[in-house]
Design a protein around this ligand. Structure first.
Ligand SMILES: Cc1ncc(COP(=O)(O)O)c(C=O)c1O
Length: 377
């Protein structure tokens, strides 16, 4: 009988994500320097933009003012592992979820007086005060109190005994554009802060600046920045590359599981979209769209093998990608880079977004949480 070796040291990952913690911290410092602000609400929602919530939080804990997430599940997970770092929950809470958030000590976002009352009443029942940041809609049109109603609503909120009004914030729909719309948002938000100040209402944290705004604003705005994408070394817009230098934190790698000779005229994959023009070699990778590699990228996509770019041989399958190696020699177990660097070549999340006609946010946030994350320094 074959005895199974239980030690994981003998198991090789077939596909994995490498995370450069040093680059993450460097990007954080670049954001601080560029914005002229020290307080940072690090946006690590959506599994830290697909990078891995626990790995990214471990690297940032104690180095940022807040962690920002979208779901209660993520907020509670962070609080359990990093009780010292305040956690801000952007997302909405249904009534039955509020007690867990309060007991977890999560800082909550409020977008209405009604929700503020609900949170306050429950906090009082539990004999505590809950820290909240009030969200103001100055033009994003999603969550948030419309700015014209905000002063009255916030005055009402100051009378709620179960709340600590610690923060106030707004969001830009076109942060990458230094235009009249954004200017008006800044003006209206600033005006609101002034009106509140005259009434003696001062918020400790006032924030609006996401990655694109950090890169395009000429002077520091309010007193905390709220970046996501650039922390991970990815640009929200390629035109912003000239503004500051960020290095990608994430690499996506996979090991060849099969190398095969394909003759001219033979096809590979669904729809027989790839038909070899000449005799070639094809490598099969155990990674597909179920792992988050975008199906839509296949026509233009390339990967790196032995420092060279190779196109895909046909469509991306659910759990396989076929790569046209041409005359590159490779064997089972060799590493192929789908995002990241190999010798002098680099493939970025922005490249893949371009091939798949989407945004880099979608490329990284869709990377399956099942792919092992390995932190390298
Ligand atoms: C309210 C809010 N603030 C900040 C961010 C961070 O944006 P970015 O990743 O573009 O820096 C997001 C991202 O979705 C957001 O929804």
């Amino acid at each position: 009988m074959v005895k199974l070796d239980q030690s994981t040291s003998r198991i090789q990952h077939s596909s994995w994500i490498e995370l450069r913690a040093d680059r993450l911290l460097q990007n954080l410092e670049t954001l601080r320097k560029h914005s002229g602000q020290t307080d940072v609400l690090a946006v690590i929602k959506a599994n830290a933009y697909g990078h891995g919530l626990s790995e990214i939080a471990n690297a940032l804990a104690g180095r940022v003012t807040y962690f920002g997430v979208a779901t209660l599940r993520e907020a509670l997970e962070l609080k359990e592992n990093h009780p010292q770092t305040p956690v801000f929950l952007f997302g909405h809470l249904f009534p039955h979820e509020i007690p867990a958030a309060l007991l977890g000590g999560i800082t909550l976002s409020v977008s209405s007086v009604e929700k503020a009352k609900e949170i306050s009443d429950l906090s009082e029942d539990l004999g505590r005060k809950t820290s909240v940041h009030v969200k103001i809609d100055t033009g994003m049109g999603r969550m948030g109190i419309p700015v014209r109603e905000a002063a009255v609503c916030i005055e009402e909120m100051t009378r709620l005994k179960g709340l600590m009004l610690d923060g106030i914030y707004t969001h830009f729909p076109t942060a990458e554009k230094d235009d009249a719309f954004r200017e008006n948002q800044v003006r209206e938000f600033g005006l609101l802060l002034q009106i509140l100040e005259q009434k003696g209402i001062i918020f400790r944290f006032r924030h609006a600046t996401n990655s694109a705004a950090t890169l395009t604003l000429k002077t520091p705005l309010f007193n905390m920045i709220r970046p996501g994408l650039t922390l991970y070394g990815i640009y929200p817009d390629l035109e912003l590359k000239t503004q500051a230098h960020f290095e990608p934190v994430l690499s996506l790698k996979s090991r060849i599981v099969l190398v095969k000779k394909v003759r001219a005229g033979e096809s590979v994959g669904y729809g027989r979209e790839f038909v070899a023009k000449t005799d070639t070699t094809v490598a099969i990778l155990p990674l597909g769209y179920s792992h988050g590699y975008p199906y839509a990228a296949w026509k233009k996509a390339s990967v790196l093998c032995r420092g060279k770019r190779c196109s895909l041989a046909g469509k991306v399958s659910m759990d396989y990608i076929a790569v046209d190696l041409g005359n590159i020699e490779a064997k089972e177990g060799d590493t192929v880079t789908l995002i990241g660097e190999d010798q002098n070549e680099r493939i970025t999340a922005e490249d893949i977004a371009g091939w798949a006609h989407t945004i880099p946010y979608e490329i990284v946030t869709r990377l399956s949480s099942h792919i092992p994350r390995i932190v390298v320094h």
